[in-house]
Design a protein around this ligand. Structure first.
Ligand SMILES: Nc1ncnc2c1ncn2[C@@H]1O[C@H](COP(=O)(O)OP(=O)(O)OP(=O)(O)O)[C@@H](O)[C@H]1O
Length: 684
């Protein structure tokens, strides 16, 4: 019999681990929950938990159960066992409970990502596995404590990065890089902000961080909750399968607009109005507006109980209201405290008169019509949407609240031209919804989650940062973004400013510089825009060996759309996904041209598949997405689609950095200045 190769033994371990996983799943399925608890609610909760566990234990075809092995130089456990660990997506144990595969998030797995020749962290051997489909087909060894072995790049990592990108975003758990791992494993108490050029793995790192935190603080985060915030639904659909693939089914996802959707948004603002409404100074205007209804009492409160009248005189009532006003309480909490304070004043009088009233009497007094009516006139209820509606339609009211905060011109810019009749008929804009959310929080504290990941964070307004910040006020946040990709008029000028608005000024700012997506020639081309859009940032690198292909093709104006469709047909001959990115206004014409050329296409966020690989992407939705090949239509139109040149060039930078293997630019108009070669004519 021929000697068994190391690969054969590894395959044996894979087969045994899969059998163990099947047994674990069968155990979970066989659990009899009929008589575990008499309580119907508890039984349902238990059933759903077991259901989730069964799902998490599925042996996903094509997803390798383990991708690495660590041999510690010395035994880790006291009993001398456990110096070899297989690292995978989830923990698998055999019938005796001994580990067959260790979760990548466990502390013993950490050296798989961090150990190096310089710092072997007790590791003698690190082995990476390569798979073809579900079959273990290769391995790669590093003897970290062997000084004679030369350090070399990983072919398996290169293969992973070069793999065609059809389908939704994948996890990167087998190839997380050391600088990424440091961010992933930052402690739950620490808020962090990651600045990174396009394709440096910010989104991937943020998602893996959530998975890590859930593993490390499962119970705490199950109670408080976690949330991933992305720029739009198509982006969220693109990333939504990463966490389930890592066994995490329960992380919520939302856009900022969805977080604050207390009213129906049907309107839009001018860039100027939206910028003012998104300015942090609005928080002060709203704070004043909320409290503007508080009035000092003008009449005493007289409470009748039986034959007796108890009278709280005006000066005493004034004192109570003033005291509540001076305290840093939510408006609603103060409003709840007021009747109790007035009732307490009555109780003191009763005691002085020799009565012995208890808490029940105080509650009864607080509920009397006299006290209630005093509260209504001194501390009226605030309806957040109605208050914002009044602020944006009543010039005198706005002037009063914004005095010394917004100048007259700014006030005019945010006032509605035609005030709506009511909250329902108002054409609320996204910025208005954020104002309403701020007022809601001034009235009643917004609940905080345990951890929030905020992706594409550069685009938020200060008021939006505040809305996110209050949703993690007692938890922590991972902020991900790229200043150079800020395309809103209010995009943040710096991370320090953004973190201050989020209420996390102490968060550390890390930078990722290694690009995993964009090939070298393409990133160099896109980086020509950097001096104009973010001069303080340096050009991203590319860890990819392939230089990639870059073609810039001038075409005649009349034939542009047809030429673009033909270019799509041309690149579709390659393997992988194709994104046709164009100015939003060009999308209908291009859809027509694609149809005329007999090419079907998808909308962004729809999953690409082997049969359907072409997506038509309006430039405004390109952020965060990636395609193997990108056909870019008319750069000048993308720039012209934005209110100012810098925003236009930033939008173009986003569009230019979506390609994994190749970029084909077609233009009839002259290219925007920074993209022209020195000495190149402006006209095509
Ligand atoms: N360590 C890694 N191993 C393999 N692939 C990686 C790694 N890090 C990132 N990638 C891949 O690189 C691509 C870009 O990653 P990601 O989308 O997270 O970047 P980003 O910084 O969020 O980009 P953008 O700024 O464009 O939003 C993805 O396909 C991701 O899977």
């Amino acid at each position: 019999m021929p000697a068994r190769s190391p690969l054969d033994s590894e395959r044996d371990h894979l087969a045994a681990s899969r059998a163990a996983l099947r047994a674990m799943r069968a155990d979970a399925e066989a659990l009899d929950l009929t008589n575990v608890t008499a309580n119907w609610v508890n039984a349902e909760v238990l059933r759903s938990e077991v259901g989730l566990r069964i799902k998490a234990l599925a042996d996903l075809a094509g997803t390798p159960l383990f991708f690495g092995r660590l041999d510690y130089a010395q035994a880790v456990d006291d009993d001398g066992s456990g110096h070899r660990y297989y690292i995978g997506r989830r923990h698998v144990h055999d019938a005796d409970g001994d580990p067959m595969v260790i979760d990548w998030r466990a502390p013993v797995s950490q050296p798989f990502y961090r150990a190096s020749k310089r710092d072997p962290q007790g590791i003698a051997l690190r082995r990476r596995f390569g798979y073809d489909g579900g079959d273990l087909s290769a391995y790669e060894d590093e003897h970290l404590s062997d000084p004679a072995e030369a350090e070399r790049g990983s072919a398996l990592l290169r293969r992973e990065i070069e793999r065609p990108r059809v389908g939704p975003m994948r996890d990167i758990v087998a190839t997380i890089q050391p600088e990424q791992d440091e961010i992933v494993r930052t402690s739950l108490s620490g808020s962090i902000c990651v600045q990174g050029a396009p394709g440096t793995g910010k989104t991937a790192v943020g998602l893996h961080r959530v998975a890590y935190l859930l593993y490390t603080h499962r119970e705490r985060l199950a109670r408080s909750g976690t949330l991933v915030i992305g720029p739009n639904r198509s982006f969220l659909r693109y990333i939504e399968q990463v966490l389930p693939a890592l066994g995490e089914m329960e992380v919520k996802q939302a856009t900022v607009d969805e977080l604050v959707a207390h009213v129906e948004v049907r309107g839009t603002d001018t860039a100027r109005a939206a910028t003012i409404k998104g300015d942090a100074r609005m928080a002060e205007v709203l704070r004043r507006a909320v409290r503007s209804g508080v009035r000092l009492p003008t009449e005493p409160v007289v409470v009748v109980r039986g034959s007796r009248h108890w009278r709280v005189p005006v000066p005493e009532l004034e004192e109570i209201v003033e005291e509540l006003r001076s305290r840093d309480l939510r408006y609603g909490s103060a409003r709840e405290a007021l009747p109790q304070r007035i009732a307490h004043a009555v109780l003191v009088q009763m005691e002085r008169a020799g009565e012995a009233p208890d808490d029940r009497v105080q509650n009864a007094v607080a509920r009397t019509p006299a006290v209630k009516s005093a509260v209504t006139s001194c501390w009226p209820q605030v309806d957040p949407a109605k208050l914002v509606l009044r602020l944006l339609s009543d010039a005198a009211f706005l002037a009063e609240q914004a005095d010394g905060v917004l100048d007259a011109d700014e006030q005019r810019a945010i006032l509605w031209e035609k005030p709506p009749r009511g909250v329902k008929s108002a054409r609320w804009s996204p910025a208005d919804a954020v104002l309403i959310d701020e007022v809601r929080d001034l009235v009643e504290r917004t609940g905080s989650l345990g951890h929030v990941v905020l992706d594409e964070a550069q685009d938020l307004s200060p008021m939006q940062y505040r809305a996110v910040g209050r949703r993690c006020s007692t938890g922590s946040v991972t902020v991900l973004g790229d200043i150079a990709q800020g395309t809103t008029p209010w995009a943040t000028p710096s991370w320090a400013a953004a973190l201050a608005h989020l209420g996390k000024p102490e968060a550390s700012v890390e930078e990722l510089t290694q690009g995993f997506r964009v090939p070298r020639t393409v990133i160099a081309y896109a980086s020509r825009l950097l001096p104009a859009i973010a001069p303080e940032l340096s050009e991203a690198t590319s860890v990819r060996d392939s230089p990639g292909s870059l073609v810039v093709r001038p075409v005649a104006e009349a034939g542009l759309s047809a030429a673009v469709a033909a270019a799509c047909a041309e690149v579709l001959r390659n393997e992988g996904s194709v994104g046709l990115i164009a100015a939003d206004a060009r999308v209908p014409a291009l859809a027509g041209a694609l149809a005329a050329a007999g090419l079907t296409h998808l909308a962004p966020g729809t999953e690409t598949s082997a049969d359907s690989r072409l997506t038509l992407v309006p430039a405004s939705l390109a952020k965060g997405l990636e395609y193997d090949y990108v056909v870019l239509d008319e750069p000048a139109a993308i720039v012209a689609g934005e209110p100012d040149e810098r925003t236009g060039l930033r939008r173009l930078y986003v569009a230019l950095t979506r390609a994994v293997s190749g970029l084909l630019v077609l233009h009839a108009q002259p290219l925007p200045g920074p993209l022209r070669e020195a000495g190149e004519p402006a006209a095509a």
